[in-house]
Design a protein around this ligand. Structure first.
Ligand code: WT7
Length: 630
């Protein structure tokens, strides 16, 4: 991070701190630091519990922390049920617009509940019970809300898979979670074209012994094959008597699992992050309330897909827990024109807008006029997530989109953390390029490789000292990997995998991943996953993937490929391999460049030295090569 940007500090206007932030944030920060458990207890008390907890935190079996032990609730009790018995009954919970702009669907809390109950009744009739896993593979349509909330309502565990993953990726996630049901759609709209979701599911469940039923939402009207013993149209099920009537929200233990979400790590096998009802509910409720200062008349738009953790925490659960109106748009930012998002903000009077730096950078390139010809003055707060936001993108987002007045909340967190860990509140001065300060009740520390604290201003490993309610409880079916990955480098502390600096004001400057994870357009990909996809092509002997800086995407994937005997590198083969990654993993993982090489640099024990490839590509010093094989 350049030091010149550190000198620019944005002091929020009095209006920004007028709302619930009239109170001095420094006071709250101090109070929470003195007694984090009292702070979290206070937050939990703002929500409904059918049985109170006996202890806020049980750390006797760390790192398997337990929160609100003995407490009973359900995240749906607080996200939906409590609103329909109170003043929010007729308030809009969800506004949705289709990609082509021709359809709008709105749901009050009352009608959202009706749809959630309907879906829950159907799942129940299909034998879904507390603890059962359900895979959800849906586009950005309201049914993804119904499906997630219906699972949670029954105490079943949802596993949402981003509907851009290939059948291989989907199938391994279905099998790993042993899902008995898959909820999907016939297809999804992507820039006017149909992406064949149901075909992909058919391929994925071919050899999945656990899947008993597949529910299919009709979205694109595409012709699909329906297996009469397994597949059901949602619009048929909806009209059956089983779908009718009330469906009780099952009261679960605070520590009962709410969902599994697969994310990339440093091996080819994605990590199954497990989150629970009680702590996750308290964490997402509190952090959204604090950072986005949720107000009664807000229209909150988080552009993330429900297939990622940002969609889970701040598109679905966080806004509903706060009784806010959440907005979902089916399409992307540039179809049919690069002002699609700005048009939506103007039309719906969006007040709070949360997106990723890569989207900002790509929209910035089309010029200011696409944004400035729309009235964006409804925006009160804007936010960023997924990767560091570079000062140029920060200033453009802040001045052109936020009108120079809306505080820009950068939020650093991870699939594992469930909720923000480093961010601010609107009345806190913001420094462009810094994610801000540790959230109330948290202590973040920069350590060197020996676990010693690093002086302010110097780079090191970002760690979190205090447990927090929305923390991942484990990796589903892999407790050892959970301990090894996050809790072994610095015993008693959570290792984030990121490099960062802290400045003398206590603000954090995140640099990026230090492991074999690459953030491409804010998406998290593992080098090993990309390599496994390329290596599955018959021409390939082995390969290495690295991330290199990219102006819009943040990082782009470059692959180094060793071909089998009898194959020669060519333009055609390059395109074929890129398409192969697209169809075997996901289009988001498609390498920008493929280089054919004779060998890969490896350690004597045979590990690929990706850092050497990276240094060479960037023309940097290759560093210590003592372990490089001859
Ligand atoms: C990684 C986690 C949970 C949000 C979506 C991504 C990077 C995330 C920021 C930020 C700098 C950020 C980190 C982190 N990251 N937010 N505001 N500034 N870097 O979740 O896919 O689990 O990725 O995203 O490198 O470790 P994820």
């Amino acid at each position: 991070m350049s030091t010149s940007s550190e000198r620019f500090i944005f002091e929020p206007s009095p209006e920004a701190s007028a709302g619930s932030w009239a109170e001095d944030w420094q006071e709250i920060e101090k109070r929470a630091a003195a007694d984090p458990l009292a702070y979290w207890e206070e937050q939990a008390s703002e929500l409904e519990w059918s049985q109170p907890w006996e202890a806020v935190l049980d750390d006797s079996n760390a790192p398997f922390y337990k929160w609100f032990v003995g407490g009973k609730t359900n995240i749906v009790t607080n996200a939906v049920d409590r609103h329909i018995t109170g003043p929010h009954k007729n308030k809009l919970a969800l506004i949705w617009e289709s990609e082509d702009g021709k359809e709008v669907r709105t749901f009050s809390y009352f009608s959202l509940n009706r749809d959630v109950e309907k879906m829950a009744n159907i799942l129940k009739a299909m034998g879904v019970r507390k603890g059962d896993r359900v895979t959800i593979y849906l586009p950005r349509i309201p049914e993804v809300f119904f499906a997630m909330l219906a699972c949670a309502k029954l105490g079943a565990v949802h596993s949402v898979v981003f509907a851009g993953f290939s059948s291989d990726a989907l199938s391994s996630r279905i099998d790993d979670s042993e899902s008995k049901l898959v909820i999907t759609a016939d297809g999804s709209w992507i820039n006017g074209n149909v992406f064949p979701l149901k075909d992909i599911v058919d391929e994925a469940v071919k050899f999945s012994p656990t899947v008993e039923n597949v529910i299919v939402v009709k979205r694109t009207g595409t012709e699909v094959h329906m297996d009469p013993t397994r597949d059901h149209w949602y619009h048929d099920l909806e009209n059956l008597p089983i779908a009718r009537g009330r469906c009780e929200t099952v009261q679960v233990d605070a520590e009962d699992p709410l969902y599994i979400l697969y994310t990339s790590g440093s091996t080819g096998k994605p990590k199954a992050i497990l989150h629970t009802h009680g702590g996750y509910m308290v964490g997402t409720y509190t952090t959204l309330k604090n950072t986005f200062d949720i107000q009664e008349d807000d229209r909150f738009w988080c552009t993330a897909d429900a297939g990622w953790v940002t969609g889970h925490s701040y598109l679905v659960y966080g806004p509903l827990l706060n009784g806010a109106t959440t907005f979902m748009y089916e399409g992307g930012p540039t179809f049919p024109h690069p002002d699609r998002w700005w048009k939506l903000i103007e039309h719906y009077g969006i007040t709070t807008f949360y997106t990723a730096p890569t989207a900002i950078r790509s929209l910035m390139r089309f010029g200011d006029a696409w944004a400035t010809r729309h009235d964006l003055s409804s925006l009160r707060l804007i936010g960023s997530v997924g990767e560091p936001i570079n000062p140029a993108a920060w200033h453009w987002f802040h001045s052109v989109v936020g009108g120079g007045k809306a505080p820009l909340m950068d939020t650093w967190w991870q699939t594992e953390t469930g909720m923000f860990q480093i961010t601010g509140v609107p009345s806190m001065p913001q420094k462009p390029g810094s994610a801000g300060r540790a959230v109330f009740g948290q202590v973040a520390e920069i350590l060197d490789e020996h676990g010693n604290s690093v002086p302010d201003g110097q780079e090191g490993f970002l760690t979190l000292k205090n447990p927090w309610p929305a923390m991942a409880r484990t990796l589903y079916n892999d407790e050892q990997r959970f301990v090894d990955t996050y809790w072994s480098t610095y015993p008693g502390r959570y290792m984030t995998g990121d490099a960062a600096k802290r400045d003398e004001d206590g603000y954090f400057w995140v640099i990026g991943r230090t492991d074999d994870v690459i953030k491409v357009s804010g998406h998290r990909l593992g080098t090993a996953e990309v390599e496994a996809a390329i290596n599955s092509h018959s021409a390939v002997s082995e390969s290495a993937a690295i991330g290199l800086p990219h102006e819009v995407k943040g990082n782009a994937i470059h692959s180094f490929v060793v071909l089998n005997q009898g194959y020669a590198g060519s333009r055609e083969l390059t395109e074929e391999l890129r398409a192969h990654v697209s169809s075997h993993l996901s289009p988001i993982a498609k390498p920008d460049e493929i280089e054919f090489v004779n060998t890969l640099p490896k350690t004597r024990s045979g590990k690929i030295m990706r850092r050497v490839l990276r240094a060479r590509a960037l023309g940097q010093d290759e560093g210590d090569l003592s372990t490089l094989e001859e």
